[in-house]
Design a protein around this ligand. Structure first.
Ligand SMILES: [Zn+2]
Length: 412
């Protein structure tokens, strides 16, 4: 409805407000009301990189001075579940250490995080186990591999990783691997497949059969469309946002989001400032590949893990200070954009906390989730919609992956 139409009807804005249902009128929410809705949701963040710190000795338990994640702040924020990123840097390919790194990263989740804090975390490898963790008052701890080179071109390794608890795999990181191309790397030479190769299709099939969700964050657009055609279970983006709002290759176009939704998938919004707002993207060194390569090379030179951690934190601070910060309103704008073009069933949360340098004002770390609940309620989102965005949609996709797996295993 626009202004012209209102004037034709002879309605003033005040008169119109009186005609609106009570639910559409601006309501103020008390903290208690916000927290009641917040606690009714099972909030599952599908991408957190604190593992890159715990593997070097950081203890996730006590309140930390820096970074975005620890148990104290997770509890403050009312977080119910978390996919820890089993991040395997592209530099491991060169030294042929991708599998070694994958196992180290899985071990830091299982040994340092879950076994180290048994009263706070419970391992979850299924929807039922996520719900059981919630019932026991614990945070469900799940794992996703970031970087398909982790399997070293062998689905046998994929099966081993599944057995150790991996429940999604991001097909690429910023590098092409032999079977899938990345949004952060060059296109293959003329005549070669632009997206998935035959082996890539076999990997996707084996992920479907095992019940490992197919994550299309980081992949090239060509790989995205190939995955959409090849996957029998709904793929999802564990940490990406909207290209219509911030035009960077890591974000998704409206066409991609709508096609993903038709297949039952979803996009989990990334909180990195440059993912959320064009202003942030334009000001961030993250958008400059040469600058990023230089930073990565510098970090690689530092052999001592503690020193590397300190250097990483310093770089993170440095990047943040150069970037125009996004705000919590930009997060809401990305959520709302997906709701408008694809429906509320297509959107969720994949913060990338401790994996991004700059986080939005108002959603600075894992303690701040209730701020988002307030913003969404004020924008008119219902409690039921918030529950879907926070975890309901993700559990739906995970449940479908489990059903697809059961069907494919039975038909073997
Ligand atoms: Zn990532």
């Amino acid at each position: 409805m626009d202004g012209m139409y209102l004037r034709t009807l002879g309605l003033t804005a005040v008169a119109l407000t009186a005609l609106l249902p009570a639910s559409a009128q601006k309501k103020t929410w008390t903290d208690a009301e916000v927290m009641k809705v917040h606690r009714s949701a099972l909030l599952i963040d599908t991408h957190n990189d604190v593992t890159s710190k715990t593997v070097d000795g950081f203890d996730i338990g006590p309140l930390a001075k820096d970074g975005h994640t620890d148990v104290v702040r997770m509890k403050q924020g009312g977080q119910g579940g978390i996919f820890f990123a089993v991040y395997v840097g592209a530099d491991n390919v060169e030294g042929n250490r991708s599998a070694h790194r994958t196992l180290q990263m899985i071990d830091t989740v299982r040994h340092d995080i879950i076994d180290g804090h048994p009263n706070d975390f419970a391992f979850a490898g299924s929807v039922a186990e996520v719900l059981a963790a919630r019932k026991h008052g614990k945070i469900a701890a799940l794992m996703g591999i970031e970087g398909g080179h982790a399997i070293e071109d062998d689905v046998r390794l994929l099966r081993d990783y599944y057995a150790l608890g991996i429940r999604y795999m991001t097909l690429t990181h910023t590098n092409n691997n032999t079977w899938a191309t990345s949004s952060g790397d060059k296109a293959r030479p003329e005549g070669e497949p632009k997206g998935l190769t035959e082996l890539g299709k076999q990997v996707v099939h084996e992920m479907n059969r095992l019940g490992v969700m197919v994550d299309i964050s980081h992949v090239s657009d060509a790989t995205f469309w190939d995955v959409l055609a090849a996957s029998e279970a709904p793929p999802f983006a564990s940490h990406s946002s909207c290209r219509a709002i911030s035009n960077i290759p890591r974000n998704m176009t409206d066409e991609m989001i709508q096609a993903l939704t038709k297949k039952g998938g979803l996009v989990q919004i990334n909180f990195g400032c440059e993912f959320l707002s064009q202003k942030a993207a334009d000001s961030s060194p993250m958008g400059n590949p040469a600058a990023m390569a230089k930073i990565q090379a510098q970090l690689k030179e530092i052999k001592d893990p503690k020193e590397r951690h300190a250097a990483m934190e310093k770089i993170r601070e440095d990047l943040s200070s150069k970037t125009v910060r996004a705000t919590i309103d930009d997060v809401v704008a990305n959520i709302d954009h997906i709701k408008q073009i694809a429906g509320v069933d297509a959107v969720g949360l994949g913060s990338d906390f401790d994996g991004v340098g700059c986080t939005p004002v108002g959603l600075d770390d894992v303690s701040k989730w209730p701020n988002l609940t307030r913003k969404l309620l004020e924008k008119g989102y219902s409690a039921a919609e918030i529950r879907k965005i926070y975890g309901g949609n993700l559990l739906r996709v995970m449940g479908t992956a489990e059903k697809t797996s059961a069907r494919l295993r039975a038909s073997r």
